[in-house]
Design a protein around this ligand. Structure first.
Ligand SMILES: Nc1ncnc2c1ncn2[C@@H]1O[C@H](COP(=O)(O)OP(=O)(O)OP(=O)(O)O)[C@@H](O)[C@H]1O
Length: 237
């Protein structure tokens, strides 16, 4: 289990972004924090092979992401920040069952398992609902369940709870906390990360701080407060 970034270089928007980034991510719960554009989503996309480094290497659960394919995607589940970037099927049942069919289940087995999973998350009767009729938060929940269904060894979550209502957020985060898998989660909601094993604060593609939440989160909060005050003063907020 684990994610290794070795001397990764990646340009974004025409310029150097990650330059010689090395990280050894082995802890069970790792949070990513940082201002907008600091590189959280880019790091997660590198981790599951959606983006490839221009130099260096990323190894996820022992596999080089350059050799991506079904094996990598079975090992590394990714919940996108925007559900519309993830959802490919017209109905909830098809979306949740897809990964199970890819994993070898028959369509009937996958549909039954999808129905059970939905029911156990308060979504009984959702199986034939059209995705287009769901709210943003409901879509986000379907995306999370579709990935959880496949039981990947590493879960990458990019702002997974931003549209979820409070009860769903609380129940899902409690469920995630109990999962044995490694979780790497980007979040602007720092409260979700306080009991994680490690938090990495990114700033413009660089690691500004890396440590336990009790060290990193107060420093990031202080930075955010100072930056917010500056934005207010200069009229950019
Ligand atoms: N598709 C893209 N093409 C080129 N540059 C991109 C692309 N997506 C993001 N970037 C740039 O990469 C940098 C990192 O963006 P990224 O989305 O990783 O930040 P983030 O920390 O996830 O931000 P947010 O908190 O807003 O989600 C930013 O400078 C951004 O402008």
């Amino acid at each position: 289990m684990g994610l290794v970034f070795n001397c990764v270089y990646l340009a974004r928007g025409g310029g150097r972004f990650f330059d010689d980034l090395s990280l050894d991510l082995r802890e069970r719960r790792i949070g990513l924090v940082g201002d907008n554009g600091s590189g959280k989503s880019t790091l997660l996309r590198l981790a599951n092979g959606l983006l490839l480094p221009e130099r260096g290497e990323v190894i996820a659960n022992g596999r080089h992401t350059t050799q991506a394919g079904r094996g990598l995607h079975a090992d590394v589940g990714f919940v996108f920040q925007n559900p519309d970037h993830q959802i490919i099927f017209p109905t909830v049942g098809e979306e949740v069952a897809f990964g199970l069919i890819e994993g070898g289940q028959t369509a009937a087995q996958a549909r039954a398992a999808a129905g059970d999973l939905l029911a156990s998350h308060g979504c009984a009767g959702w199986i034939d609902r059209a995705i287009r009729d769901l709210s943003e938060g409901q879509k986000q929940l379907v995306c999370i369940l579709a990935i959880l269904a496949t039981e990947p060894k590493i879960l990458l979550l990019d702002e997974p709870f931003s549209s979820l209502d409070l009860p769903t957020r609380l129940s899902l985060s409690a469920r995630l906390a109990r999962l044995p898998q490694q979780i790497v989660m980007a979040s602007h909601d720092l409260d979700l990360l306080h009991d994680f094993d490690r938090v990495i604060w990114l700033e413009k593609g660089q690691v500004r701080a890396d440590g336990v939440p009790s060290q990193v989160l107060p420093d990031y909060r202080a930075h955010a407060a100072a930056r917010g005050a500056l934005m207010l003063e200069s009229g950019t907020a």
